[in-house]
Write a protein that binds this ligand. Structure first.
Ligand SMILES: [Zn+2]
Length: 305
């Protein structure tokens, strides 16, 4: 599998349905349909329904981003170390989480939601507002539309476990708790206290995987990575225009950087968020020459020039 798979190209040749086509391929690869007794029509309906929940007009948080996260997640779980370590239920939860992790993303962030008391911030008490929304909406759809419920034939205990993993993974994509996850995983690897038999540690590992997949843009080959940063820049510009309408709103430092300098934003994002977590993943998987780290460094130098 190619780490630099061109998701934009897939989106173009599939009439903007990358989740549908990539999702079918991945379900086939892992034999999920047979294992979890999913009819092809149910899978197709699930993929189409979830794909349609994304706002395709958004420059960044659209279905192409979700398909990209799906691809990265599948790349990780297909690595021999994880392929052997993870159960089929865990792989299934990883793939579902990637597909749904940003559904109905409104193109604004949690700070904006909370600052302006947007309806979702009221529902979720200011806590991981968007992530709670993505996850809750996904389960609501599964419960309400039986024809797209790919979990309907799993056992009760499988359902409980898969659901708990999906909730943990989707909530872990809230960047506000990024440091907490990275610190915990770092400590466990450093002190050799990570125990794969421990369900909490397994869950932590899966959260690290989705977090890596979600911020994988700067680890991709430069021409793809640059397209993503242009899209994010565009989306943040729209957000900053909205924010200006609210005079008292303070821009977050990262966003401020983004408005002034795209390259500064990219280098600090790589340094603070992406590199530390990818180094952890690389060391966990015992990869000497991790393509993600190599390209991350190339992109760092590109933005620094
Ligand atoms: Zn995302």
């Amino acid at each position: 599998m190619d780490f630099n798979f061109d998701i934009f190209k897939l989106s173009n040749i599939t009439n903007c349905q990358p989740i549908f086509y990539l999702g079918k391929h991945i379900f086939d690869q892992h034999n999920f349909n047979k294992h979890f007794n999913i009819k092809l029509s149910t899978l197709e309906s699930f993929l189409t329904t979830m794909e349609n929940q994304y706002h395709m007009a958004l420059p960044y948080h659209n279905n192409i981003h979700a398909a990209d996260v799906l691809h990265a997640m599948n790349y990780f779980i297909s690595h021999p170390v994880l392929d052997n370590l993870l159960t089929i239920e865990e792989k299934f939860a990883c793939i579902i989480s990637a597909i749904i992790h940003d559904i109905d993303h409104p193109g604004i962030n949690n700070s904006y939601e909370i600052k302006h008391s947007e309806p979702l911030s009221v529902i979720y008490n200011n806590k991981s507002v968007l992530e709670n929304h993505h996850c809750a909406l996904a389960f609501k759809i599964l419960h309400e539309y039986i024809n797209c419920n790919i979990l309907k034939n799993v056992t009760k205990s499988q359902y409980t476990y898969i659901r708990s993993l999906i909730i943990a993974m989707v909530l872990a994509t809230d960047m506000a708790c990024h440091k907490q996850f990275v610190d915990e995983f770092t400590e466990k690897l450093k002190n050799q206290t990570f125990n794969i038999e421990d369900s909490k540690d397994r869950k932590l590992l899966l959260c690290i995987l989705i977090k890596c997949a979600d911020i994988s843009n700067p680890t991709k080959i430069n021409k793809i990575s640059v397209q993503w940063s242009n899209r994010l820049f565009k989306e943040n510009l729209i957000l900053s225009v909205n924010e200006k309408k609210h005079q008292n709103y303070n821009l977050s430092p990262l966003l401020k950087n983004n408005c002034t300098s795209k390259s500064e934003n990219q280098t600090s994002f790589i340094k603070i968020f992406v590199k530390p977590i990818y180094q952890l993943l690389g060391s966990f998987l015992e990869i000497d020459d991790f393509i993600a780290i190599r390209q991350l460094e190339e992109n760092y130098n590109f933005w620094e020039e």
